[in-house]
Design a protein around this ligand. Structure first.
Ligand SMILES: NC(=O)c1ccc[n+]([C@@H]2O[C@H](COP(=O)([O-])OP(=O)(O)OC[C@H]3O[C@@H](n4cnc5c(N)ncnc54)[C@H](OP(=O)(O)O)[C@@H]3O)[C@@H](O)[C@H]2O)c1
Length: 257
């Protein structure tokens, strides 16, 4: 049986869709009160919150905030504290991936990726950290691409942002660990979501399926199940780790660029 999260409050960034939505539903099903955060999909966020609130276990509230903005991050935290009174779990799931090779990278493209995937998560931890107590949990999001010995050219910026958050997690595990808070990173492989499918042909998607022994993509629920373990009391001695959730993905991706 999964450990209860009753009485805990979780912020799950980017939880209007895909992996974040699955995590929010899973944590709420275990009793946590959850913050559904989004940037543009208001109706999708509402549907996730309605589903959680109709289940009648953990409660959900919705807070719109661009996690790449420090000001909006502060609003996310202040509003969570105003409505739920505490924060125990921070899941830094929101991320963007718009792939470009070196010659096509623009400053705007670079800033969007680093603001959303790197700067926002770091400063969100800084803002939330004073409110976390012993038993608090922080989860960063990377990608299994960081374990490939080489990476296709169009993943230049995306893969670099994820390399940065893995290092945040290794260092912050020591820093916040002194207060009984764990900081871990999860690294999904190809998971069937909007982010994964956007810009890919069916042939490319089949290529990714073929990299797995089961010849399929991962699901958002399979990622959420691992996150729900990591934020539970059962994972109190798992700290500073990067956990791959990829169904034994063959990480050499040289055929897909
Ligand atoms: N899917 C994969 O194969 C895969 C593999 C490895 C790692 N990951 C990582 O897993 C995480 C989730 O990926 P996903 O596939 O579920 O992505 P997705 O399908 O694109 O969903 C992204 C979610 O993040 C939200 N979001 C995007 N930018 C935001 C911002 N600036 N502020 C607040 N929310 C924002 C979106 O909100 P709106 O609905 O409002 O747009 C949406 O809820 C990401 O960090 C990604 O890098 C995914």
């Amino acid at each position: 049986m999964s450990p209860s999260l009753t009485g805990k409050v979780a912020i799950v960034t980017g939880s209007s869709r895909s992996i974040g939505a699955a995590i929010a539903k899973r944590l709420a099903s275990l009793g946590a009160n959850v913050v559904i955060n989004y940037i543009s999909s208001a109706s999708a966020a509402q549907a996730v919150a309605d589903e959680i609130n109709n289940q009648g276990v953990g409660k959900a509230i919705i807070i719109k905030a661009d996690v790449g903005s420090l000001q909006e991050n502060r609003h996310l935290v202040e509003e969570t504290l105003r409505q739920f009174g505490r924060i125990d779990i921070l899941v830094l799931n929101a991320g963007v991936m718009e792939n470009n090779v070196l010659q096509d990278v623009t400053e705007e493209n670079f800033d969007k990726h680093f603001n959303t995937n790197v700067k926002g998560p770091l400063f969100l931890v800084q803002t939330v950290s004073p409110h976390l107590s012993s038993g608090g949990r922080v989860i960063f999001f990377s990608t299994s691409l960081t374990r490939a010995s080489t990476v296709p050219p169009n993943y230049l910026i995306y893969a670099s942002t994820k390399g940065a958050v893995e290092q945040f997690s290794r260092v912050l595990a020591k820093d916040l660990g002194a207060r009984g808070i764990t900081v871990n990173t999860v690294s999904p492989g190809p998971t069937d979501t909007d982010l994964f499918r956007q810009g890919k042909t069916e042939q490319q998607i089949n290529f990714f399926k073929g990299l797995h022994p089961q010849k399929r993509l991962g699901t958002a629920e399979e990622v959420s199940n691992v996150v729900s373990f990591l934020v539970s009391e059962d994972a109190s001695w798992v700290n500073g780790q990067t956990i791959l959730i990829n169904g034994a993905l063959l990480c050499e991706l040289s055929g897909i660029a």
